[in-house]
Design a protein around this ligand. Structure first.
Ligand code: ZN
Length: 438
């Protein structure tokens, strides 16, 4: 308990440093979210300045952030030793409710990502450099996938929600019943308004067997993300609450839950024209590239944590250098264009999961494999993929990780060839589109 209290004080301090951020930029006072919007600005000089301002904030807090991380490593390793382990890592896995896989399986998965996905991602960014007409693609260009900007929604917020209703009715009888239930019972609170918390999530009211989604629309492609990702979580909850006998089984561990949401994003691709009109192809391309290129970063975040807990004698500068080495390994295209702090490995400080949610991050990459497998499956056999997805949603948290995947007919992402099987088809879609660009 005393270790838990110390840990909580330090993670609170990390969060309050992040919340304290005020950056004067473009004549406005911005927080960390506000400044990141400028990473997509059409003017390259503005993007570069925004990244420099963002980097400057973390650099100015580097010493305290190092100390907090050092203490968290010591405290968590002590928790592990108190329970008879050598360090925190085995306990960290237990805290993520991982009962049927461990460090070795996760390491095998990271190796597959390095071999199968990193080379393809390098090609996506090389194509992006050509598309943008740049001599070199810098970090501040990574979010700009098209020279003329991202896809724009074809209507206002009511249009988007109405279109989502049409899509879910068209998609299947189950999703049609679900979306009518959600809208008729006012279980979606999506529009922004003054004073509303700027966050988004799905939760549920188990006694009513009702999911609830909270978010803040902002008139960009993010709104589509809410209508598919968060509603994917909600649909899974809706199905599990009607299939499982006890409320403990309504929710599942996050290494399964994000398959529900990320797969719904993929099942929505054929309807992109309804939401984006002539921009539909741009939406699909950018969304798929982001989904795939996220994975190498995600496994780097996971490997970094293993290195830090296993080597507690590393100095802060050595640890930050370890992050730089991971970027060279997993993100070989990354170029911070002379930014001193990010250039020597400072990018990891922004990742709150490293401080707050140890060993959580790999979940997002494991679940991407499930979503990509459904994408390929649906291209071959839409009905088979959909029936499997329904089975996955209905099973809720009633089974362990491996058994949940197996009963839905999904591949366990650790086994030989699993990553290749999941990403080959989506990568080929992007590479074919890139080839057509000439
Ligand atoms: Zn999610």
């Amino acid at each position: 308990m005393p270790l838990r209290q110390q840990e909580a004080a330090l993670t609170d301090e990390y969060q309050s440093i992040m919340a304290s951020c005020t950056i004067e930029f473009d004549g406005r006072t911005l927080n960390l979210y506000g400044i990141q919007k400028y990473f997509e600005h059409p003017d390259r000089a503005v993007r570069r300045a925004a990244v420099a301002a963002y980097s400057g904030f973390y650099a100015s807090h580097e010493q305290r952030l190092e100390e907090i991380w050092q203490s968290l490593i010591e405290i968590r390793n002590q928790m592990g030793r108190n329970l008879g382990f050598e360090d925190y890592i085995p306990l960290g896995y237990m805290e993520q409710s991982r009962t049927d896989y461990g460090e070795e399986e996760v390491a095998a998965f990271r190796r597959q990502v390095l071999e199968e996905l990193v080379p393809a991602c390098s090609r996506f960014y090389e194509a992006q450099r050509r598309r943008l007409g740049l001599e070199k693609l810098c970090f501040h260009d990574e979010k700009v996938i098209f020279p003329d900007g991202n896809a724009k929604p074809a209507g206002d917020e009511d249009f988007m929600t109405g279109t989502a209703r049409r899509m879910y009715r068209e998609m299947s009888p189950e999703t049609g019943e679900f979306i009518d239930f959600m809208l008729d019972h006012q279980l979606l609170d999506l529009k922004n308004r003054p004073g509303k918390a700027s966050t988004g999530y799905m939760t549920s009211l188990p006694s009513l067997k009702a999911p609830f989604v909270f978010s803040c629309f902002n008139g960009t492609i993010f709104d589509m993300q809410v209508l598919t990702h968060e509603l994917g979580h909600a649909f899974a909850g809706y199905m599990a609450m009607r299939s499982q006998p006890v409320s403990e089984y309504y929710g599942e561990s996050t290494d399964i839950a994000e398959i529900h949401s990320m797969s719904m994003e993929q099942f929505a691709y054929p309807y992109a024209e309804w939401f984006f009109g002539p921009d539909a192809d741009k939406f699909r391309f950018a969304h798929l590239q982001e989904a795939l290129t996220f994975v190498p970063f995600g496994v780097a975040v996971d490997e970094f944590q293993h290195i830090c807990y296993r080597n507690p004698s590393l100095t802060p500068r050595q640890r930050t250098l370890e992050w730089k080495k991971l970027e060279e390994k997993y993100l070989p295209w990354r170029d911070y264009d002379g930014d001193e702090f990010f250039g020597r490995g400072g990018w990891w400080y922004h990742k709150l999961h490293i401080y707050l949610y140890p060993f959580y991050y790999i979940n997002y990459t494991l679940t991407t494999m499930g979503a990509m497998e459904y994408k390929s499956w649906a291209a071959r056999d839409r009905e088979g993929a959909w029936q499997s997805y329904l089975k996955l949603c209905r099973s809720g948290g009633s089974l362990g990780y491996l058994a949940t995947l197996q009963q839905a007919g999904l591949t366990v992402p650790f086994g030989p060839g699993a990553v290749k099987k999941a990403v080959d088809y989506p990568c080929s879609i992007l590479l074919e589109a890139i080839e057509q660009e000439g």
